[in-house]
Design a protein around this ligand. Structure first.
Ligand code: AMP
Ligand code: MG
Length: 288
């Protein structure tokens, strides 16, 4: 086994504190190329990401183990972002390193006819992580106050009531011992243009290009206003938002990994006590 990489910090920073949005937070004031809570550069960041893998893996396994003994806890990473911000890369680099059986990943697209026939939270409830799982929402119920608001997919009278509905829903989620980790990946408009152009140039990336992404780009300001409203109205004590600057992919991946680790530490999952007497069993195995 190779030696675990050393962390590039003496005193571990709290990404949770560095990224939690403060009172009166203005998205427009946060530089998407900044690296809150982290002093190092790309190489340090990659090293730190590698160094965190073992702990995340261990925490996830404990979470799973205690659930087999009836513990209800789960964690839910909610990812929201403009296109090309790197949600997919986060799922691969951050979550892809823990046991896939411990993950429950759901990507929310435009609702199907069936989904549309129910309340907007119906499909969300069905995708909540079971005990012991780390759930990941690639987009979420927040689309119902983002794309829906920006593109007038529902009347204002409908979407404006959803902020309160979301807060009530998330309180309920927390009550069932699911810890939400809400993350917005904050990309600059300029960086998105670069990434879209790159998708068009590279045959291995063209498949990710969606002509519709340009339409969302042309409504950038409206999206940023809609995100601001999300932060103003749904960053609650029990389910706060974290805004992760995402122009530097290495930083966004590190930040989300550290956020998961910090939240899981607080959940503090424990190896369950055996339902048998290990000494008795030892004798039985020896004699068998
Ligand atoms: P992607 O995540 O890039 O595969 O795109 C998924 C698409 O589904 C995005 O354009 C979202 O805006 C859209 N979408 C997700 N949720 C909703 C929703 N509740 N209403 C309308 N469109 C949605
Ligand atoms: Mg897309």
């Amino acid at each position: 086994m190779s030696k675990p990489a050393r962390l590039p910090w003496k005193h571990e920073p709290s990404f949770r504190e560095a990224l939690k949005i403060p009172r009166g937070f203005r998205l427009a004031d946060l530089d998407p190329a900044s690296t809150p809570g982290f002093q190092g550069g790309k190489a340090d960041g990659s090293r730190a990401l590698a160094a965190g893998e073992a702990e995340l893996d261990d925490l996830q396994e404990r979470l799973h183990a205690q659930a087999t003994a009836g513990a209800p806890e789960a964690v839910l990473l909610i990812l929201q972002a403009m296109d090309t911000a790197g949600k997919g890369g986060i799922v691969r680099h951050v979550a892809g390193l823990v046991d896939p059986q411990g993950l429950q990943i759901t990507a929310f697209k435009a609702p199907t006819d069936e989904e549309r026939s129910h309340d907007f939270l119906w499909r969300i409830r069905r995708a909540l992580p079971r005990p012991g799982r780390i759930g990941i929402f690639d987009r979420s119920h927040y689309e119902d106050v983002l794309v829906v608001r920006v593109n007038d997919l529902a009347p204002r009278a409908v979407w404006s009531k959803r902020y309160a509905a979301i807060n009530a829903f998330e309180r309920e989620v927390v009550g069932t011992r699911i810890t939400p980790v809400k993350v917005m990946l904050h990309l600059s408009r300029e960086e998105q243009q670069k990434r879209l152009l790159e998708r068009l140039e590279r045959p291995d990336k063209q498949w990710k290009y969606n002509p519709g992404d340009v339409d969302a780009r042309t409504r950038w300001e409206a999206y940023m206003e809609a995100y601001q409203a999300v932060f103003d109205r749904t960053s609650t004590r029990e389910a706060p938002w974290h805004v992760v600057p995402a122009d530097r992919k290495w930083y966004a991946r590190l930040a989300v990994q550290r956020l998961l680790i910090e939240h899981l530490r607080e959940v503090a999952p424990r190896w369950p006590a055996p339902s048998f007497d290990p000494e008795v069993e030892r004798q039985r195995v020896l004699e068998s």
